[in-house]
Design a protein around this ligand. Structure first.
Ligand code: DC
Length: 220
């Protein structure tokens, strides 16, 4: 496909960024990971970076203006907090809640956005999050907005939790998703928005393979 006009972040044709944004539970990370694999480039899970900062905050590290004492990095699928692999500690309900809170702080966002820009400047990446196409890489060569109705996302999440042997109440999961949607799209700094140049894919009723095929069709 010809590169759309005005997409200039990619001076070098071989270097590009794929931005995937959307609300929580839309399947972004699954698609982003598979897509990166298919394209042979790195996947950057920016949500995991906010989660690592949330864990640091829960452990008592102050989130001051310089974010001193908090070093977040990604190494393949591992998330590192000051060199410690915290991948297994950042998916709890407590961290999810704290991540939602600290992702509103301008200092936190400024620091993580700077890191994300460095990552995408060094190499081609698939990066997923909330503000990648709107703020981190507004010139990304490809932008996708992956979404699904709150009900569909709540159904998937409930099923996933039950498969893991966890208790899951559909109404509570739905309420939680609706609250996070509201928080993500109403925060003052870099809220979740669908930019005019992003390709929207509504994943209700679509399997992972179908979504991946649509994305690849647009990129090829
Ligand atoms: O996608 P996730 O659930 O792992 O994201 C964790 C939190 O971080 C969630 O509250 C949204 C926030 N987030 C953000 O504000 N900006 C991003 N680019 C990625 C995630």
């Amino acid at each position: 496909m010809a590169r759309p006009a005005g997409k200039s972040n990619n001076v070098d044709a071989a270097h590009f960024v794929v931005a995937i944004d959307g609300p929580s539970g839309a399947g972004k990370s699954t698609i982003a990971r598979l897509l990166a694999e298919r394209l042979g480039i790195d996947y950057v899970d920016t949500g995991a970076m906010y989660r690592a900062v949330a864990l640091a905050s829960l452990r008592g590290t102050p989130l001051d203006s310089q974010m001193e004492g908090i070093d977040v990095d990604l190494d393949g699928s591992r998330v590192l907090l000051n060199g410690e692999d915290v991948s297994g500690l950042i998916r709890t309900a407590e961290v999810t809640k704290e991540a939602s809170r600290i992702s509103q702080f301008p200092e936190v966002r400024a620091r993580l956005v700077a890191l994300q820009r460095e990552m995408g400047a060094r190499k081609s990446v698939v990066m997923d999050g909330r503000d990648i196409g709107s703020n981190v890489f507004p010139d990304a060569r490809y932008k996708f907005y992956l979404t699904a109705t709150p009900e569909e996302r709540a159904r998937r999440r409930t099923k996933e939790m039950r498969e893991k042997g966890m208790d899951a109440d559909y109404a509570a999961v739905l309420a939680d998703i609706e609250k996070r949607d509201w928080d993500d799209s109403h925060r003052a700094v870099n809220p979740l928005v669908k930019t005019a140049d992003a390709v929207e894919i509504v994943t209700d009723g679509l399997g992972i393979d179908e979504v991946l095929a649509r994305v690849l069709e647009i990129i090829k």
